[in-house]
Design a binder for this molecule. Sequence first.
Ligand code: C2E
Ligand code: MG
Ligand code: MG
Ligand code: MG
Length: 285
Amino acid sequence: PVLQKPITASNFARALEQPVPPRALTGIDALSLAIDRGELVLHWQPILDLETNRITGMEALCRWQHPDQGLVFPDAFIPLAETSGMSQRLSAWVLNAAFSQAAQWARVGVKPIVAINVSPEAFEAAEFVDVLEALRAEHGLSADQICLELTESSAARNPTRLRESISRLRLRNYHVALDDFGTGTSTLQQIQALPCTELKIDKSFVLQMAHSEEASAIVRSILALASALDVKVIAEGVENEEVAGILQAGGCQMGQGYFFARPMPADRATDLLCSRVKAQSFCSS
Ligand code: C2E
Ligand code: MG
Ligand code: MG
Ligand code: MG
């Protein structure tokens, strides 16, 4: 018998964002065409300060609004792009779209830190900082409003090169986060040598925290490590209040997950940011 994926709270919630047909995708040409046709969109997921419950950031998560297959999630097409030389083109599209959105938000008076997932190829490219600086100038944004997220698994590829790239970004004041932290193969020595500003604990540990003493122990050790290295921690995959509470009590500064909000289209993200800001000051949209 064919094993069916169990319906858990998390894949149910993800399904609510919109169903993904489980069909195999189309090739590289289709992805290239998708960019030409404007079928890629960014959805946005808030990052919250666990102590104040304020939104501190918004992460850009890429989706493909496929004409026949509906909303396609990035796991189905990012790996394809990264092994086919499409990576640069996709990165350029994502950076451009994310900076434009950040500028639009700034115009209506909201300035979350905009977090952008960056492929290792793009991140290691010599001209990456120049591309960012050009976009920043074009859109009138400051570097400390932008966070570049790099997965820990890609960090082990070329530690020396990576350290240089991160240093260049830090000199200009960009935030740099190590994503999916705890799932890669970096040594503690490599981590210590990386001048990143945030660690994002991988959701696999956070999802299990409430039930697994091992997962909780791993999360505690990441929090201790981060505190020793003086970097902030974002827990991803926070799906309930209990876990949010444990994280906050344990010294985790920020959280992200379905408990707070699912990734959402830009217009809803704008409404959310503006309604939050209105409570404190004023939003001119
Ligand atoms: P990520 O950057 O680690 O993003 C977190 C993923 O967890 C997102 O999946 C998000 O929708 C999901 N998530 C958020 N909260 C919860 C929760 O409470 N529970 C559970 N179970 N899941 C949660 P998504 O959007 O499918 O993205 C998957 C990955 O694709 C991202 O992982 C990121 O590595 C990559 N990705 C997304 N957009 C881009 C992009 O523009 N460029 C690149 N290079 N990679 C991207
Ligand atoms: Mg990310
Ligand atoms: Mg992650
Ligand atoms: Mg991930």
